[in-house]
Design a protein around this ligand. Structure first.
Ligand SMILES: [Fe+2]
Ligand SMILES: [Fe+2]
Length: 230
């Protein structure tokens, strides 16, 4: 097993402890991104609310997760582009390569989220092809290239925008656990993809706790990477 994967899984599990989670979240809880990023973030979260409602639901999570992977894939491609022009600057190459490694890990993690979420909504028949598959796919195309350009113009803006997106995802999963906790604890989950990924959970509650923790890790890491690459 990849060492970084093992570390990330250990971190995700440790964040089930509320005190540890609060301590881990605290340094970035009140971060204020630059003005233009706050405008873009409001548009992003606002369109999610418009299409899928304010309340968290399985189908909304499925749509969110299709979109959530995109920035990481986009950063990786943008990093590749920048590195092509900057092989001579070793310090910068190291920092960009580190960001690239994080974005690959996050892509795999978000892929696991979207596959498991798709598995659940398919079982429950609670999605519509237009709203939960086609629109997120079309939006992802637009989001990929916007993020790519944003990353080339301002890496700070690109990472801060993802901070806002992941903050929203984190809050939505927490709200879902608070609202539906009792039912989720009684709902078992089996998924071949989860087993393949290396994550063992017994109930949907355990699944959603860990996904919430993943989003918090993505949120914090988006800002932790900032000083080294800007
Ligand atoms: Fe996710
Ligand atoms: Fe995420």
């Amino acid at each position: 097993m990849n060492e970084n994967f093992k570390d990330d899984e250990e971190l995700a599990h440790s964040l089930n402890d509320p005190a540890l989670r609060a301590e881990y979240a605290a340094p970035f809880d009140h971060y204020r991104p630059m003005f233009i990023v706050r405008v873009l973030g409001s548009l992003l979260v606002g369109s999610g609310t418009l299409f899928y409602g304010r309340k968290p639901s399985y189908a909304k999570f499925k749509a969110i997760e299709v979109i959530a992977r995109i920035p990481y894939q986009s950063w990786e491609v943008a990093t590749y582009t920048i590195l092509s022009a900057m092989y001579g600057n070793e310090r910068r190459a190291i920092n960009l390569t580190k960001l690239s490694a994080f974005s690959r890990m996050a892509q795999d993690n978000e892929t696991m989220h979207v596959v498991v979420m798709s598995h659940i909504v398919r079982r429950l028949h609670c999605e519509s092809f237009l709203r939960h598959t086609l629109i997120p796919l079309l939006f992802s195309f637009f989001y990929f290239w916007t993020t790519y350009l944003l990353f080339l113009i301002s890496r700070r803006a690109a990472l801060e925008l993802n901070y806002l997106f992941e903050s929203h995802a984190y809050a939505q999963y927490q709200e879902f656990l608070d609202r539906e906790g009792d039912r989720l604890r009684q709902t078992p989950i089996t998924s071949d993809f989860l087993a393949f990924y290396g994550r063992n959970v017994r109930s949907e509650y355990e699944l959603f706790e860990l996904i919430r923790n993943d989003e918090l890790i993505h949120r914090n890491r988006s800002l932790r990477e900032l000083p080294s690459i800007t």
